[in-house]
Design a protein around this ligand. Structure first.
Ligand code: PAF
Length: 281
């Protein structure tokens, strides 16, 4: 079922909530793929009703051409969901349903979580993500909301967001969905040619390399190795490779066996910016 009006969605959900049903939200920007399906299936294992929002959020793009080129096809998305899961409610708001007449990001105190990696390279991005999610949570009032670990930094920022805004929603992280060669599923993959899709596997290879090296090698030598892998591929432009402690998401050069570590990559393949990450220990 596709609903584009805020009030009809709220009426439908109110009835379900009064019947004691739990509501799950999978927020998306459309261009749905297997990764979204795995989030939706995960959501169904926790909730009776799953709402998938499709909204390309203008306030989280720091680059207008990235926003322009973001793949959009709501009809195809609705068909994709119909084929896989007919009972899902698809919510497709307009910009004014979310932002009224002020299309601007709010500013949040996310602290350390946004000082590095995506926060550093995409100024204001997480304020945009926080702004849209705060509004979606207010409209839908889901019991739980589901986010992929592919955007691990986003997942942590969203947990912080509900702490700051005191919104009553459980944020659940779901494992990254990958194709058979390890490439993380992403809407941006739709912009890659067949040849580029093959090239993109380098990101997973680099993360696996980092994971294998982590037990015995210094962080500096892992970074050198990964940077070398990208330098030897002329199609890629590595934006960052960072190893961080999971608790604070601050890049580090030292290892301490009491902590969990994660490696993060952002790289351009041609014009398409891809990100991924992996737990190292
Ligand atoms: O991960 C995304 O697709 C977006 O950042 C989200 C969570 C839907 C907010 O616009």
């Amino acid at each position: 079922m596709v609903i584009n009006s805020k009030s009809s969605l709220q009426e439908t959900l109110e009835i379900a909530k009064n019947e004691g049903k739990t509501i799950g939200l999978v927020p998306t920007m459309g261009a749905l793929h297997e990764g979204h399906l795995s989030l939706i299936n995960f959501a169904y294992s926790h909730c009776d009703i799953v709402v998938v929002s499709i909204f390309v959020n203008p306030t989280q793009f720091n680059n207008s051409s990235d926003l322009e080129k973001y793949p959009r096809n709501v009809i195809k998305d609705a068909e994709f969901l119909k084929a896989h899961n007919e009972k899902t409610i698809v919510f497709t708001p307009e910009v004014e349903d979310i932002y009224d007449d002020k299309v601007e990001a709010e500013s949040f105190e996310f602290g350390n979580f946004v000082n590095h990696m995506e926060g550093e390279f995409r100024t204001g991005h997480f304020d945009g993500v926080g702004s849209v999610l705060k509004r979606l949570f207010d409209i839908i009032k889901p019991h739980k909301a589901f986010f992929g670990e592919k955007d691990y930094q986003q997942l942590r920022v969203v947990k912080k967001l509900v702490e700051i805004t005191e919104q009553d929603v459980d944020i659940i992280g779901c494992p990254t969905s990958r194709n058979e060669f390890g490439l993380a599923q992403s809407s941006r993959n739709f912009r890659l040619s067949e040849a580029e899709l093959k090239e993109a596997e380098l990101i997973y290879e680099a993360l696996m390399k980092a994971k294998h090296m982590f037990g015995k090698n210094s962080i500096e030598s892992i970074e050198n190795e990964v940077e070398q892998m990208f330098k030897s591929n002329p199609h890629f432009d590595l934006e960052y490779f960072s190893i961080v402690k999971e608790n604070d998401l601050i890049p580090t050069k030292t290892k301490d066996s009491n902590y969990n570590y994660r490696a993060f990559i952002a790289a351009f393949l041609g014009e398409v910016r891809l990100i991924d990450n992996m737990a190292l220990n």
